[in-house]
Design a protein around this ligand. Structure first.
Ligand code: FES
Ligand SMILES: [Fe+2]
Length: 377
């Protein structure tokens, strides 16, 4: 049985490497089972997803000491909190007594008190008190909340479950150059949303990162501003891929944004995928970022944030943008959930990818996946 499994995974990996090594002009899609096979999903999690940096949200969601929100990554419940020193920490949200989550949702607190037997923890996770445990050897040295590795880059909070992973920010100079003029780190958090989608995590990455569907799936919402035909592949490296969704000449300005932006930069949205699981759209006055949390082969949680630059957009305009993005997500979700059911078919295709301006980012994503599996196996 184990041998069969190994052969099966080896065949899948060979297919991935073969597809990823095709010349760009001949780029193909991955077969359907890459998105539907539970065994392959477990393999992805084990071999590289659990060792990569994942975006959890924006740091100004929790601006003051004691502000927190809860989330999870794979099997790990997490408590993202701003400490008394002003820094961000990502703590284990599992009580050291018998495993109750320490906090739920979002809030602000001076200390965290477990709702089960009232053990309490400071905002840095250090155990403060364990009632009636005086002679049990329970101390802050052995019963504080463990902290996960985290980094803040351009206002995004990232976490990594692997203590040996290479740091993130120092690898992002090229993406930094692309986003720099937008002052992404200065964008102000407006609102956060969470929803579960019945799709494979890679399907949403690919969908967000290709312009080919924009005019077809989003005729009313996105096509007037970001039609497929004006989209252009942008830069990429081992850590990310990107494309520019350019606005038509006749489109009304969507705002000025940061002072260092060129006219061209003001008249497009830059969409990027920081491998593996963050996709985002950066425009002059609006930043939308989706953190994709893989839950199962056919299920994800999407935690997405909207941020804006300064006070240029009024509250009404921001509400309109929120409504627009809800509609865009609904349109994409409908397609992806239908496609997920069809991808199990024995006839699921390995079709051709569209030219690079429309689906070249997917080719970059495949090559990232291939590199990761090569490095792991
Ligand atoms: S589980 Fe938290 S105090 Fe008992
Ligand atoms: Fe879309």
């Amino acid at each position: 049985m184990q041998l069969i499994k190994k052969q099966h995974l080896a065949e899948m990996s060979d297919t991935l490497h073969r597809v990823a090594s095709l010349p760009e002009a001949e780029a193909q899609c991955l077969p359907g089972w890459f998105y539907t096979d539970p065994e392959y999903f477990d393999y992805e999690v084990r071999t590289f997803l659990s060792k990569e940096w994942h975006c959890l949200g924006r740091e100004d969601e929790i601006p003051e000491a004691g502000d927190y929100y809860t989330t999870r990554l794979f099997d790990e419940p997490m408590l993202v909190v701003r400490g008394d020193d002003g820094g961000i920490r990502v703590l284990s949200n599992v009580c050291r007594h018998r495993g109750m989550p320490i906090a739920e949702g979002t809030g602000s607190t001076r200390r965290f008190v477990c709702s089960y037997h009232a053990w309490s923890y400071a905002r840095n996770g250090s155990l403060i008190n364990a009632p009636r445990m005086r002679d049990k050897g329970v101390t802050k040295d052995n019963c504080s909340l463990p902290e996960f590795r985290s980094e803040v880059w351009n206002g995004f909070i990232y976490v990594n479950l692997d203590d040996d992973a290479a740091p993130l920010s120092s690898r992002l100079a090229k993406l930094e150059a692309l986003l720099g003029p937008y002052e992404t780190g200065q964008m102000r958090h407006v609102q956060t949303f969470e929803e579960d989608w019945q799709t494979n995590w890679k399907c949403l990455v690919e969908n967000f990162m290709e312009a080919y569907h924009l005019s077809v799936v989003h005729p009313e919402t996105l096509h007037p501003y970001t039609p497929t035909g004006l989209s252009r592949k942008s830069m990429s490296d081992d850590n990310f891929t990107a494309y520019c969704a350019n606005y038509p000449k006749e489109a009304v300005s969507r705002g000025v944004g940061a002072p260092g932006l060129s006219d061209d930069e003001r008249r497009r949205s830059t969409l990027f995928n920081l491998f593996p699981s963050q996709v985002a759209s950066q425009a002059a006055t609006l930043l939308v970022s989706l953190s994709i949390q893989p839950l199962a082969v056919d299920r994800i949680r999407v935690r997405w944030t909207m941020s804006t630059y300064g006070d240029e957009l009024t509250r009404d305009e921001l509400e309109q943008r929120i409504a627009l993005w809800h509609e865009v997500n609904r349109e994409d979700r409908e397609k992806l959930e239908k496609m997920q059911l069809a991808l199990s078919s024995r006839h699921a295709p390995s079709g051709h990818l569209a030219p690079r301006d429309y689906e070249g980012t997917i080719w970059d994503f495949y090559r990232y996946l291939s590199r990761k599996l090569s490095a792991c196996c």
